[in-house]
Write a protein that binds this ligand. Structure first.
Ligand SMILES: NC(=O)c1ccc[n+]([C@@H]2O[C@H](COP(=O)([O-])OP(=O)(O)OC[C@H]3O[C@@H](n4cnc5c(N)ncnc54)[C@H](OP(=O)(O)O)[C@@H]3O)[C@@H](O)[C@H]2O)c1
Length: 308
């Protein structure tokens, strides 16, 4: 039996999971479908999406998973994906912003945004924002943002010394394209900063939706043996890659944390929290700073809202 199995009945529920064809996203998608939900997921690659659908059809049943094709670093694709979802569904009970990536070098998206920021923060922010009406229609929807504890300690090899939260100063930033600039760029910190922004804006969504029944929480899943690890492991540790993978959580174990936040009955109504696996934890101090939160929200909203 999968370690990640969901203990509640999700028939008549609709879920949207980003990045369902790989790593933990595949497990989250499959287990939500196994529990009865109709799951919509995304993939950049049509064929990988079809493979997932065939796998779920074999294991669970046909037509349980729908795959939308798109690149989550593209604002036009995000708007199209949201439009495709809303055209086919009238409610959204569970949104799991799972997709994420780490890049070894500084890349810009077609929109001119640094790529870590685009996929790890702006994608989830934009979908959450665009799907608000459908989340509201569900009555008591849950949003789960899969973030990373790297925001609390952005040292690539944290063996000695004190944790170093990733720096974030938005006081002079007027455009998301100015975040994670080329000057002083460190990939690991750029990834961590994007996760921090996802966490901060999740707190703001949670507050705004406090009285309407939509909960929003963030979770670090643990260190999990998936594709992203190969991009995250510093080059100096590359010879030990397979040894490292053996010591990590499996994707099934890693997916448990997001599945729990998305479905556990005892977490109903819990919102605006950050968890490391199943333990509620404090995120970096700057994430509780009101001015930073207001600035992160405004920058992200302007970007998400722009007509494309
Ligand atoms: N593994 C860990 O130790 C760890 C730790 C902390 C947080 N996380 C977070 O956990 C989440 C899941 O990651 P994972 O570990 O399962 O990694 P993974 O196996 O690399 O899966 C990442 C997923 O995101 C999708 N994705 C990446 N870039 C995309 C893009 N531009 N457009 C659309 N989809 C895109 C991938 O789709 P493709 O198949 O198209 O590439 C894949 O399905 C991520 O948010 C990651 O940051 C992971």
């Amino acid at each position: 039996m999968s370690a990640a199995r969901v203990p509640v009945d999700l028939h008549d529920r609709t879920a949207f999971v980003t990045g369902g064809t790989g790593g933990m996203g595949r497990v989250i998608t499959t287990e939500l479908a196994r529990a009865g939900a109709h799951v919509v997921t995304t993939s950049r690659d049509h064929d990988r999406g079809q493979m997932l659908q065939r796998q779920v059809a074999r294991e669970i049943g046909a037509d349980r998973v729908e795959v939308l094709t798109g690149d989550l670093t593209s604002r036009a694709d995000l708007h199209r994906l949201a439009a495709e979802f809303t055209a086919r569904h009238d409610r959204l009970h569970l949104l799991v912003n799972n997709a994420g990536a780490h890049y070894r070098e500084r890349l810009l998206t077609a929109d001119g945004v640094e790529a870590h920021l685009a996929v790890n923060h702006l994608a989830g922010f934009t979908l959450t924002y665009l799907l608000e009406r459908h989340l509201l229609a569900a009555g008591n929807a849950r949003v789960v943002n899969v973030v990373s504890a790297t925001m609390s300690d952005a040292r690539p090899v944290p063996l000695f010394g004190r944790p170093q939260p990733v720096p974030l100063d938005l006081s002079r930033v007027t455009d998301v394209r100015d975040l994670n600039p080329a000057d002083g760029y460190v990939p690991f910190a750029a990834y961590a900063r994007a996760k921090l922004l996802a966490t901060i804006c999740g707190y703001e969504f949670a507050e705004r939706w406090h009285d309407v029944g939509i909960t929003v929480n963030a979770v670090h899943p643990g260190i999990v043996s998936t594709g992203i690890i190969d991009d995250l492991v510093p080059a100096i540790l590359a010879p030990f890659r397979s040894l490292i993978h053996q010591r990590l959580l499996t994707p099934e174990q890693g997916a448990e944390a997001a599945l729990r936040l998305a479905t556990a009955p005892d977490l109903a109504g819990i919102t605006g929290r950050y968890y490391v696996r199943d333990r509620e934890t404090r995120s970096p101090d700057v994430s509780y700073d009101a001015a930073t939160r207001a600035a992160a929200w405004k920058l992200s909203l302007i970007w998400a809202n722009a007509v494309v």
